[in-house]
Design a binder for this molecule. Structure first.
Ligand SMILES: [Zn+2]
Length: 136
């Protein structure tokens, strides 16, 4: 059975359920949580990098250390960005809208981004240690 409540593009997407799943794994790194298809079905690496940049969260932050208000913002941004992503993809303007993914410089701080294979998933992360908060 496909779990529609975990599908970020579905009308049945259940943010409360996602929050509960995050709460159940406080030691999980947020970069792994976003790639977890049981929690965020349909979310890929580009969306991970862009959403963490937008919400100013360091990818190696522990889920349990991120304030509740920030989690709310993260969940909202995941859905919002996924729809924008789809729109830009259809328009063929996806890359133009990337602010962090594959980028070398932080557009907010004008300093070099860090590029690192983070978490258990070892997927590429692009992030700024100046404006993205490291919650540990
Ligand atoms: Zn920055």
């Amino acid at each position: 059975m496909y779990d529609w409540s975990a599908d970020i593009m579905s009308d049945s997407w259940n943010a409360r359920q996602a929050r509960a799943k995050l709460k159940a794994s406080p030691d999980m790194l947020v970069c792994d949580a976003l790639m977890d298809q049981q929690i965020f079905s349909g979310l890929g690496n580009i969306i991970k990098n862009e959403v963490l940049f937008r919400t100013r969260i360091h990818p190696e932050s522990r889920v349990g250390a991120i304030p509740a208000k920030k989690i709310t913002e993260l969940l909202r941004e995941v859905v919002k960005y996924s729809f924008e992503f789809l729109h830009w993809k259809k328009e063929n303007t996806l890359k133009k809208h990337w602010q962090a993914h594959t980028k070398k410089t932080c557009p907010r701080c004008h300093i070099p981004f860090f590029k690192k294979h983070t978490g258990k998933t070892r997927r590429r992360s692009f992030f700024c240690t100046n404006c993205q908060v490291y919650y540990t």
